[in-house]
Design a binder for this molecule. Structure first.
Ligand SMILES: *[C@@H]1O[C@H](CO)[C@@H](O)[C@H](O)[C@H]1NC(C)=O
Ligand SMILES: *[C@@H]1O[C@H](CO)[C@@H](O)[C@H](O)[C@H]1NC(C)=O
Ligand SMILES: *[C@@H]1O[C@H](CO)[C@@H](O)[C@H](O)[C@H]1NC(C)=O
Length: 307
């Protein structure tokens, strides 16, 4: 042992107690404490016949879990290196709808990190405060999760603003309304922003269940600026692999495919539980009759990511 000054020892002590000053050798855990769930019954969310006793064990009331994705043809920040992943849709978020399809948003203003809240107000007119602090990317770095950050900058892409703004929006609007990310679920050893990192890991895991680009391409449905598709063709190709029809979202009066929402019931937590696809509760905004365009990305807007 060398000779440490009292100040150094104090610094070491504080660092180990707080535990989030991750070095290469120590990356803090971010999982919740689920031991109490072992003595709870197992069921798929929205399918339980008795009320959920411990909301850390199953998302409630937001038991209809949506994994949502974007298809965009450009980001607007290509010059800053913000590009779209070739051969892949991008992550939008992981959302807790109520079992009837309605939903809550911005449920915990003490965890409001969204620099541009949308909507700007609650229905009663109360303004949702704007976050002016550091970006959520700094939270991820603080946890030593450079690999996660790189993955998010590859597959979780914003349009017209930095990626971290979208990540912050998704967490504060949706994860704060998802009971399995409640602060109480992390116990007394909770480390600030642990829930944020845990949510991003969970969304990425759920996104892996739905490789939209490959599912469509395997049915001959590839982005094209020459050939259009029908809503039926798209829905049938997806449903053949998912087992339940997702929501397809279109812009331009229902003619330009731009998003997909995959609905699920979850056995256990959103973080580690089993997702069961269920049918969309929302009518597609794509035209049932008009041709639907699944456009190619703009030149210079995408990068190879499958190396
Ligand atoms: C307005 O609604 C929000 C969200 O439901 C709630 O937190 C807040 O207390 C309400 N404010 C007033 C003045 O009713
Ligand atoms: C939008 O689509 C509807 C139904 O296909 C059509 O009746 C309407 O004219 C369209 N509107 C525009 C602005 O193209
Ligand atoms: C395909 O069309 C879309 C929509 O007009 C456009 O944004 C995109 O740049 C086009 N892609 C190519 C490769 O021409």
């Amino acid at each position: 042992m060398g000779h440490f000054s009292a100040k150094t020892l104090l610094a070491l002590f504080v660092t180990s107690v707080i535990g989030v000053q991750a070095s290469k050798s120590s990356v803090p855990d971010t999982f919740p404490i689920l031991l109490a769930c072992n003595s709870e019954p197992s069921f798929f969310s929205c399918e339980n016949t008795t009320p959920v006793k411990n909301a850390c064990c199953s998302p409630t009331p937001g038991g209809l879990v949506l994994l949502t994705q974007f298809w965009s043809t450009y980001t607007g920040l290509e010059k800053k290196g913000q590009k779209l992943p070739k051969g892949s849709w991008t992550i939008h978020g992981l959302w807790p709808d109520n079992c009837d399809g309605s939903y809550e948003q911005y449920c915990d203003l003490s965890r409001q990190y969204d620099p541009v809240p949308s909507p700007a107000n609650f229905p009663n007119g109360t303004v949702i405060p704007t976050w002016t602090g550091p970006g959520v990317d700094t939270f991820i770095k603080k946890f030593g999760r450079e690999g996660l950050l790189k993955y998010m900058n590859t597959y979780w892409i914003n349009q017209g603003a930095p990626n971290a703004d979208l990540w912050a929006h998704e967490f504060s609007k949706h994860a704060t309304c998802t009971s399995t990310f409640d602060l109480t679920c992390y116990g007394s050893s909770y480390k600030k922003h642990q829930d944020v990192v845990n949510y991003y890991d969970a969304a990425i895991r759920a996104n892996h269940l739905y490789p939209t680009f490959d599912i469509l391409a395997a049915s001959g449905i590839v982005p094209s600026n020459k050939t259009s598709y029908t809503l039926d063709q798209l829905e049938i190709a997806l449903t053949s692999q998912i087992g339940a029809t997702p929501y397809l979202g279109c812009r331009n009066n229902g003619t330009v495919l731009s998003e997909l929402w995959y609905f699920n019931h979850v056995l256990g937590t959103e973080q580690y539980g089993t997702y069961k696809p269920v049918k969309s509760t929302t009518t597609s905004s794509c035209s049932r009759t008009a041709p639907i365009w699944y456009y190619e990305r703009s030149k210079g807007s995408q990068e190879e990511v499958r190396k």
